[in-house]
Write a protein that binds this ligand. Structure first.
Ligand SMILES: NC(=O)c1ccc[n+]([C@@H]2O[C@H](COP(=O)([O-])OP(=O)(O)OC[C@H]3O[C@@H](n4cnc5c(N)ncnc54)[C@H](O)[C@@H]3O)[C@@H](O)[C@H]2O)c1
Length: 433
């Protein structure tokens, strides 16, 4: 990239999104300053330590070290910046609305810059947030500061590839020049650019997540009906996935979705609709189906083992999905909580994520340690290494050889041959022909 095309970008928030955004913009040739309020995070990043697990992120940050600066200081971050990316958390409040306090903190902390900068919203926010930020900037005498919405669609575990090779880039702005500037910042990325008004860009992010969650809850309900009627959801998903109108993605039945985005964004959209006087029925059902789905495993264990009091249950996987250490809203925690409430002893294994702070749960280092003397093993996160476990060896060390495959990851026949009473999600006919 020529010097003329390199821009100065400040990224607020050194979390999953902020670090990936900053590292990828540096990779594209821009000079990036990442600012966080947590001194411990910034100190670690300055030492070359990456506070989260995201495949490839360490290497990307290291490779672009000379174009990356880390700071806790707002003025230092903004000094020469042309763009201020907001990538702070927007967790749910008790009412289910998005908590925008960190966003407002960024806006209110912006110094009285003389030069034109564009504030770009990467955080997922309710529709109407851009309009409110615009008013707040104007009220603070920052009318010359631009504003754009550039929502993030990356998925943890594949975030760098998703950023560098996105399906699309969405840019909403009040002023076409700001949208042009944000688009230019992405030079080098080959993807369709959808230019929109700010409200539509904000809604696009919420709608995309809602569509994906709807597919998950849909296939989970199909799975539940498969169980009741003797069909196999894996075969059903394969059969319908070939239909180009439907497609294959997000048709994997399991123990429900979790993570830092889907649960909070579904609540935020439901609440946004409700605040506007609309009852979003489909989304309400999607959320409810997901809550019930996380708990269905407990029923399966009770069917196979009877009352769970005193039973030792091993949960394989804590992270809400493989290739991340993120356990926010992970189904494993809901399951663990329900099992403890039933009086079971819960032991967990995960190659990366930690059960820190989850009282009553024992975490062990290997799958073998988790399964030893266990009454049941529940596969909660489809970590690739679980495909290579010698399951007959594991089965031989268990008290009762019950296996619930919460992600339909393993072959039913092979697991039965390994000695398990194997149960999966929606596989009444076990997929055999
Ligand atoms: N995690 C994902 O994969 C993903 C994907 C798409 C969109 N999003 C959205 O992106 C946003 C960020 O998500 P995340 O997972 O990266 O969150 P995160 O919690 O991992 O990181 C947020 C960071 O912002 C910092 N912060 C808080 N206030 C700040 C301030 N005033 N200045 C600078 N830093 C501040 C926090 O200390 C934290 O390090 C959320 O709105 C989320 O919904 C996340």
């Amino acid at each position: 990239m020529s010097e003329a095309n390199a821009h100065r970008v400040a990224v607020f928030g050194a979390g999953y999104v902020g670090l990936v955004t900053g590292a990828c913009f540096a990779e594209l040739g821009h000079d990036v300053t990442i600012r966080d309020v947590l001194p411990g995070k910034i100190d670690a990043l300055r030492r070359g330590e990456v506070p989260i697990y995201e495949p490839g992120l360490d290497e990307l940050l290291e490779r672009n070290r000379e174009r990356l600066t880390f700071t806790t200081d707002v003025v230092e971050a903004i000094e020469d910046a042309e763009f201020v990316y907001v990538a702070v958390g927007t967790p749910p409040t008790v009412s289910g609305d998005a908590d925008l306090s960190a966003v407002w903190m960024v806006i209110d902390e912006l110094p009285q810059v003389e030069h034109r900068i564009v504030v770009v919203m990467k955080s997922t926010v309710p529709v109407g947030t851009g309009e409110k930020v615009r008013h707040r900037l104007d009220a603070r005498g920052l009318g010359h500061v631009g504003y754009a919405s550039n929502p993030e669609f990356t998925a943890e575990g594949t975030a760098i590839k998703d950023f560098m090779e996105p399906d699309r880039i969405v840019i909403g702005a009040f002023d076409a020049a700001d949208a042009d500037a944000v688009e230019e910042l992405h030079a080098g990325i080959d993807a369709p650019v959808v230019r929109a008004d700010v409200a539509s860009a904000e809604m696009a992010k919420l709608a995309a997540n809602a569509a994906l969650m709807t597919r998950i809850s849909f296939i989970n309900e199909i799975a539940n009906v498969c169980e009741a009627t003797g069909a196999d959801v894996v075969k059903v998903a394969e059969a319908i996935g070939y239909d180009r109108r439907i497609g294959k993605s997000f048709l994997r039945a399991g123990v429900g979705f979790g993570g830092s985005c889907f649960p909070k964004d579904s609540l935020a959209l439901k609440q946004l609709a409700a605040n506007s006087g609309y009852h979003f029925q489909v989304l309400s059902a999607v959320i409810e189906v997901n809550e019930l789905q996380k708990r269905r495993v407990v029923g399966k264990l009770q069917e196979l083992l009877g009352p769970l009091r005193g039973k030792r249950i091993a949960l394989l996987g804590l992270a809400f999905k493989p290739n991340t250490d993120d356990t926010r809203e992970a189904p494993a925690f809901v399951l663990a909580g329900r099992l403890l409430a039933e009086g079971a002893d819960v032991v967990v294994w995960d190659p990366i994520a930690h059960a820190d702070g989850f009282h009553g749960v024992e975490q062990v280092a290997t799958v073998a340690d988790a399964a030893r003397e266990a009454d049941a093993v529940v596969l909660v996160t489809e970590w690739p290494e679980l495909a290579d476990v010698e399951w007959e060896v594991v089965a031989a060390t268990m008290r009762s050889r019950v296996f619930v495959d919460g992600r339909n990851m393993l072959e039913p026949e092979a697991m039965r041959a390994a000695g398990f009473r194997y149960s999966a999600i929606g596989r009444a006919s076990n997929g055999t022909v």
